[in-house]
Ligand binder design. Sequence first.
Ligand code: F6R
Length: 239
Amino acid sequence: MKIIIDTKENCAKLAAKQYAELLNRKPDCILGLATGSTPEELYKELIALNKAGEISFKQVSSYNLDEYVGLTGEHPQSYRYFMDDKLFNHVDINKDNTHVPCGIDMTDEKAAEYDKEIEKAGGIDLQLLGVGNNGHIAFNEPGTPLDSVTHVVKLTQSTLEANKRFFASIDEVPTEAVCMGIKTIMNARKIILMAYGKNKAEAMAKAIKGKIDLNVPASILQLHPDCTIYMDAEAASQL
Ligand code: F6R
């Protein structure tokens, strides 16, 4: 693991450079993308680079990590809506090449097709991750097996609590999501994980310094050959 500790703004700028390098080297690359507050700064940087003509998404395909079960793409808290609003609507990507798991009528069998689609497309070149306060990556909550592929998950109380800020009340937070599995994520050729704020400090200390433990899903990234972690001083405060 390569670890970079800097301000949120600088982390976003440095990570954006990694994207620029990949997009210019492999214009038809496959990106694995994430939602939540963490990537917002990075997406702003990517939009700026695109508008400045320094990168193009014209040939890029993308696969998002997850989606809430029960929300259509028109719902303002759905992850499809988030991606359109925070990135896709502002860059030259072909929306037909952007993929977010479908949260409607989803079963584990249908969800696993997402892995096959990714594989058929050539595999993910660069996977972006945030981390949950409980160490989850995507919505792979503590205990998710290493060999999991895209599947339906029941969100833990800790995740519902953390995500209620986006909804009118905790009762409105969907209790299930469809998300890439640990294996899907680990298959990516490169991984970037970003973590900001003191709420992430304990999870990040366990993920980086602790033993590899299924109960801290982010710790499994220690096994990945090309993973860069960008974090601010607060997220790094227990290292
Ligand atoms: C989002 C995702 C989640 C978030 C994590 C952190 O697609 O997969 O794992 O990355 O819950 O969320 P934020 O960034 O809102 O702190």
